[in-house]
Design a protein around this ligand. Sequence first.
Ligand code: PEP
Ligand code: MG
Length: 557
Amino acid sequence: MPVESTDRTYLASLRGIPASPGRAGGRVVRVAEPPPEPAPGPAPLDAAIEAARIAPAVELVVARLTARAEVATGEAKEVLEATVTMAGDPALQDRAQQLVVDRGAPAARAVWQAANQFAEILSSMGGYMAERARDVHDVRDRIVAELLGMPAPGVADLDEPAVLVAADLAPADTAGLRPGVALALVTEQGGPTSHTAILARSLGIPAVVGCSGARALADGSAVVVDGGSGAVDQVASLDEASAVRAAAADTAEWDGTGRTADGHPVPLLANIGDGDGAADAAAAGAEGVGLFRTELAFLSATEEPAPSRQRAVYDAVLGAFTGRPVTARTLDAGADKPLPFLSYDGEPNPALGVRGLRIARLAGGQAVLDRQLAALAAAAADTGVDLGVMAPMVATAEEARWFAERCRSYGIAKAGVMIEIPAAVLAADAVLAEVDFVSVGTNDLAQYLFAADRQSGPVAALNDPWQPALLRLIGMLGEASVRTGTPVGVCGEAAADPELAPVLVGLGAASLSMGPTALRAVGARLATLTLEQCRERARAALAAGTAGAARRAVAEL
Ligand code: PEP
Ligand code: MG
């Protein structure tokens, strides 16, 4: 059972954005700060000698990052390799050397300025590309620290388990972390879709981002971090913090089949983004894939990936789940995940604009959708996988029908849509009648229900998946599912919370899909409750006035 916090007196409590679920407690280790902005002068006596200092510093940084990349795997390896490429980018070095020679800037200052120019270009592109500006700043800080003779910024090698606290963690630092040694991450900056958050989830390390005041936590003090609620609580002793860890580890006994204590089946599926993620998910015991975020496989592609490349990626994912169900989502481009080859620029509110399925219907993206459907259908034929394909950002039954017809014209037998827009819930009977299944994206459904940007720290509490108004929408979908016979799954972050998962089942969810690291805890919890007990929990949560009250009402049952 999870450790309850109601009878505990915390010394201080901070709140941030939940970024990776799980509870952990331990000793705080503050991460080394990046170097300060280098002074613009004095100008070097010999500009050529000064400019020549840059290349060896870059080489050293590249060598250190490469060494880390070599021992990393999966998503972590990709991030480190991307950072290595950025660090070794000859354009960055050329520009910095030019600033030394032409403008008489000291080497550290020149690197600082050149990197900032690159980062600004990325930032102006918005969304995902803007998040990558953080990678450039990381590279900048490492090279500048080298040139100034300062210690490398970021995480030092940990000799014992610790909770890492930082202003922000560079993706390269997060990628190098080992679960069990890095017990949890707390950062003052960053949003839930930052690389830090995505990597923490893939590594199964609880994380809270956007946690203002975190840097005031003293080195060596004891904290308990709840990556599901965003709470960071200071406790009196390390023993108390460690007790949380032991209790959390005890929860996870699962036999690998998702079902309630009385045998009601609830397949537990994985959210993944590529072939490596699919292999990890299969190893973690996922019964299938409930959400293959296809756009994540192509985030850095500047052109539409050729059908052969798409098919190779899809084959790798589907191949990891032969004989089990896989649900792929068509490219969810736009807003926080702009794809360079499929963007619709210049909108004042990209999250409310032409994104997801709308690009195919309204902005000339239909041919891209068609080629993706053809590649997915081919991969299903290659692997013999039971493939479902669903569209993101569907608001109406008419859109659902249009998409389902396109899927069927490619021989895809199971066509579905994501439910992420409240209008689709209010029209649930009509939407569900058009498709073979739906999957609730609670991350976006909460964002659009509460008109609260899911990337914004100050409104994070409105995006709490325990919000009773959000649960009410899911309950309405459960009722529509009974009326229409169309199954409703949940694939947003809500499904990864072991205490909320039974509530979702009680509301009528037929399957739950989550980051693979959450499977064991969710499976174990579900196996302790009957379907009727799940329904009782759902009724208690629905009757609550606030997210906190819903949590408490369920915990008291
Ligand atoms: C969601 O919106 O809940 C979802 C699962 O999709 P994404 O997080 O990729 O937008
Ligand atoms: Mg979504």
